[in-house]
Design a protein around this ligand. Structure first.
Ligand code: ADP
Ligand code: 5GP
Length: 198
């Protein structure tokens, strides 16, 4: 059960949802937004994948063992969760949203496309759902390779899921094409400012 935040500002209980195929640039865009909007706080997901070099427990993710992830599912601790890749689960903890709302902040999510659609359904008009579109599959592949964080197997898993994910763009409130990064960030800011005003 989610608790209502105690704040009474206009942005009470609002959330921003980012989804996209892996490698589209949503993490990069979110990092820019977190600097620009002090009222935003990133929702740290739980996952049972191993940390990448440079990732920190409790900052990028809550890294769980598959057993403790399964236990949290049983305890109904997740608002949503998804086995995004074979054997690798990711989920949004209810406690995380309560934590952020307790700080009087707007929650910003980075979730896969199915999770994004589920969160939009849950939060309705309190949510702005944003699909980050790569300029092409070729560019997506190049970005995944250039990021240099995945094994060849993990890159192929991400690419094979991307065409299905791209078909769901129409279910999101807005689509941002992430070609030139500065342009994509500016367009995203404008849309978010508009959403926060209403
Ligand atoms: P995601 O979070 O969607 O998986 P990332 O934000 O990690 O994607 O971006 C994937 C890679 O592409 C990173 O190396 C990032 O620096 C790079 N990148 C992101 N946006 C752009 C852009 N507009 N132009 C060029 N490279 C980009
Ligand atoms: P990565 O392993 O690249 O960090 O993330 C892989 C995918 O899992 C990305 O599409 C990311 O958005 C998604 N993801 C991260 N956290 C969650 C979550 O809590 N729920 C869902 N459904 N997907 C998530």
């Amino acid at each position: 059960m989610l608790e209502n935040a105690s704040n009474n500002n206009d942005n009470k209980n609002k959330v921003i949802i980012f989804s996209a195929p892996s490698g589209s640039g949503k993490t990069t865009i979110i990092k820019h937004l977190l600097k620009y909007f002090p009222e935003f706080e990133f929702s740290i997901s739980a996952t049972c994948r191993k940390p990448r070099q440079g990732e920190t427990e409790g900052k990028d993710y809550y890294f769980l063992t598959p057993e403790s992830f399964a236990k949290k599912i049983e305890e109904e601790a997740f608002l949503e969760w998804e086995e995004v890749y074979d054997g690798i689960c990711y989920g949004t903890l209810k406690s995380e949203i309560n934590r952020i709302w307790g700080n009087d902040k707007v929650v910003i999510f980075d979730v896969d496309v199915l999770g994004g659609m589920r969160l939009k359904e849950y939060f309705g008009s309190k949510a702005l759902s944003i699909f980050v579109m790569p300029p092409s599959i070729e560019v997506l592949e190049a970005r995944l390779r250039q990021r240099n964080t995945e094994t060849e197997e993990a890159i192929l898993k991400r690419l094979s899921r991307s065409s299905l994910e791209l078909q769901h763009a129409k279910h999101f409130d807005i689509t941002i094409i992430n070609d030139v990064l500065d342009t994509a960030v500016e367009q995203t800011k404008t849309n978010i400012q508009d959403f926060l005003k209403h």
